[in-house]
Each structure stands twice: as structure tokens, then as C-alpha cells.
Design a protein around this ligand. Structure first.
Ligand SMILES: C[S@@+](CC[C@H](N)C(=O)[O-])C[C@H]1O[C@@H](n2cnc3c(N)ncnc32)[C@H](O)[C@@H]1O
Length: 105
């Protein structure tokens, strides 16, 4: 079990932060697609996709990914279709695609 598995249910409550605006500004400057390596509950991926950006994320916490996937499934198809989520470790990963903007953790 990864330490974020335990923290996962509370992550979104404790991280409802204004940093989303900063990342959206970065995306407006550098463009998509965007990668969130260590995407957690998909907090940023959802914000990116809702603004029309293609994006992908991966994480080593299965519980964070479970929450991310359930949130993505609850979105409108035009939003959820822009998001790709998978299990992966940022120390060694291959997604087979390129990104204009990437953030880690
Ligand atoms: C602080 S959270 C950030 C989540 C998300 N990027 C956000 O801003 O809401 C850090 C995330 O990195 C993940 N993580 C930690 N080590 C990792 C690794 N080696 N590879 C991939 N993800 C990792 C954790 O499971 C956790 O979900």
C-alpha cells in the first residue's frame, strides 16, 4: 500500500486550492496536451479537460486512481474523453505520446 492510499478520501477536501488557476495559466501559455505525473484524484486533470485541454495522468496510488476514475466517469463525455489515466511511476514511465506541458506531483 502506498501512503497516499490512506490519505485519498480526504485529499480533495484538503486541497481545494487556488493553484488550479496557476496551472491553467501555464496551459494557456504552453498549450496542451498536458501531463500530470502523480495525478492523484484527477483534481487538475478535470480542471484542464473542462477548459478543453487534452490531458493524461498517472499515479502509484491505486486508491487515488480509483477516486480519479470515478470523478472522470461522472463528467460529461466531451470532458471525460479528453482525459487518460493510468497506473505509473514517475521514476520510470512510458506513455507513448508527447506533451507540451508537464507537471510532476
Ligand atoms: C500532492 S499529490 C498531487 C496530486 C495532483 N497532482 C494534484 O495536484 O492534485 C502527489 C501524488 O503523487 C503520487 N506519487 C507519489 N510518488 C509517485 C511516483 N513515484 N510516481 C507516480 N506518482 C507518485 C501520490 O500517490 C499522489 O497522488
Amino acid at each position: 500500500m502506498q501512503s497516499y492510499d490512506i490519505y485519498a478520501p480526504w485529499y480533495d477536501i484538503q486541497n481545494d486550492m487556488e493553484d488550479v488557476e496557476f496551472y491553467l495559466e501555464m496551459l494557456s501559455t504552453y498549450g496542451g496536451p498536458a501531463l500530470d505525473a502523480g495525478c492523484g484524484t484527477g483534481r487538475l486533470l478535470l480542471a484542464f479537460a473542462r477548459e478543453g485541454f487534452e490531458c493524461a495522468g498517472f499515479d502509484t496510488s491505486q486508491e487515488m486512481l480509483r477516486i480519479a476514475r470515478s470523478k472522470i466517469e461522472a463528467e460529461q463525455p466531451d470532458v471525460s474523453e479528453r482525459i487518460e489515466v493510468s497506473y505509473g511511476d514517475m521514476r520510470e514511465f512510458q506513455l507513448g505520446r508527447k506533451f507540451r506541458t508537464a507537471l510532476f506531483g
